[in-house]
Design a protein around this ligand. Structure first.
Ligand SMILES: Nc1ncnc2c1ncn2[C@@H]1O[C@H](COP(=O)(O)OP(=O)(O)O)[C@@H](O)[C@H]1O
Ligand SMILES: [Mg+2]
Length: 303
């Protein structure tokens, strides 16, 4: 696999506390990696280690297949980030703020217009930042992170404190980055709904440990449980299906298929209809993602 970010046993101790504990992150190229966990789970600490801002207590970090300890400068040149609330010169315009950073990074001036366009701030480029909404400021922060054309963008809770329309704007913006610019994105959040709507791969942290990491599809599959069938003669239908080798339970006057593959559901329905049963209802019982995360994190901290 082509992992843009790969950590092994990444650990950070603050005194006796293990803020990050043996974390193995793997982020495939071109994914939006949703880094999900309750407050205090260790997301920011992990991100600060990935950005070389603090040193791990143990473990390795490879970004672009290079060891962060050995090739820090060349790696970080290709990483853009937005961690915590960025600071701006409020009395300068959006353009002027970007120009200040551009000079340091020594990228071509034309790049300022490009990033303003990407984050849809071109219209207010010459307005002073002190009049910007929080959402506009966050987009300016992302524009700043994009100046150097990073291959990896790391955003720590970029929608924190935004109103719903601000959240939607940021979400649309981030979703375009992999397909339009070939970027890989890591976005952290304590909101499950947020990650569910934006991420293609998910890593869940709780108490410093990575307790789940897979594609969003696999995460959603965890939410699938049973298919309930309501038929005219439950017991007889149950015997019929069992006789044909289909896994089926019954309770509360309904049948429950435990194999929820589409083919299996279709086969069960077909067999019942063929044997003259009437089917009144076919229902999926879904465990909500929230329920699953409560189980995974062992608490009620994720919302
Ligand atoms: N500089 C620090 N010194 C001591 N403890 C810290 C420091 N930074 C974070 N922590 C602790 O590490 C844990 C993880 O924090 P953090 O990474 O900020 O979590 P998250 O970003 O998921 O909310 C928390 O218990 C926090 O109090
Ligand atoms: Mg944090």
């Amino acid at each position: 696999m082509n992992y843009i970010v790969e950590t092994q046993g990444l650990t950070k101790n603050f005194g006796k506390e293990k803020a990050v504990n043996g974390v193995d992150i793997r982020i495939p190229k071109g994914e939006i990696y949703g880094f999900l966990g309750p407050n205090g789970a260790g997301k920011t600490t992990t991100i600060r280690m990935l950005l070389g801002l603090i040193k791990p207590s143990a473990g390795n970090i490879h970004i672009f297949h290079k060891d962060l300890r050995k090739e820090r400068i060349s790696i970080l040149k290709k990483v853009g980030s937005l961690v915590e609330n960025p600071s701006y010169y409020p009395h300068l315009t959006a353009y002027e703020n970007l120009e200040a950073v551009r000079k340091i990074l020594q990228v071509p001036k034309a790049r300022i217009d490009e990033v303003l366009e990407i984050v849809r701030l071109s219209d207010v480029a010459n307005k002073k930042v002190k009049g910007f909404s929080l959402g506009m400021k966050q987009r300016l922060g992302i524009a700043t992170a994009l100046l150097s054309k990073p291959e990896l963008l790391i955003l720590d809770e970029p929608t924190n404190g935004l109103d719903p329309s601000g959240i939607i704007e940021i979400r649309h913006l981030i979703k375009r980055l992999p397909s339009e610019y070939g970027m890989t994105v890591l976005i952290s959040s304590h909101l499950l709904s947020e990650i569910d709507q934006i991420a293609t791969t998910v890593g869940i942290v709780a108490k410093g440990r990575l307790i789940f990491q897979d594609s969003i599809e696999v995460m959603r599959k965890h939410a699938k449980q049973k298919i309930w069938l309501k038929v005219n003669d439950t017991e007889q239908a149950w015997r019929t299906l069992l006789g044909k080798g289909i896994q089926v339970d019954y309770g509360e006057g309904m049948l429950a298929l435990t194999n929820t593959d589409d083919a299996c559901i279709a086969e069960a329905v077909r067999l019942l209809v063929q044997d003259g049963f009437s089917i009144y209802r076919v229902e999926e019982e879904k465990q909500s993602l929230e329920d699953i995360f409560l189980q995974m994190t062992g608490g009620n901290e994720i919302v």
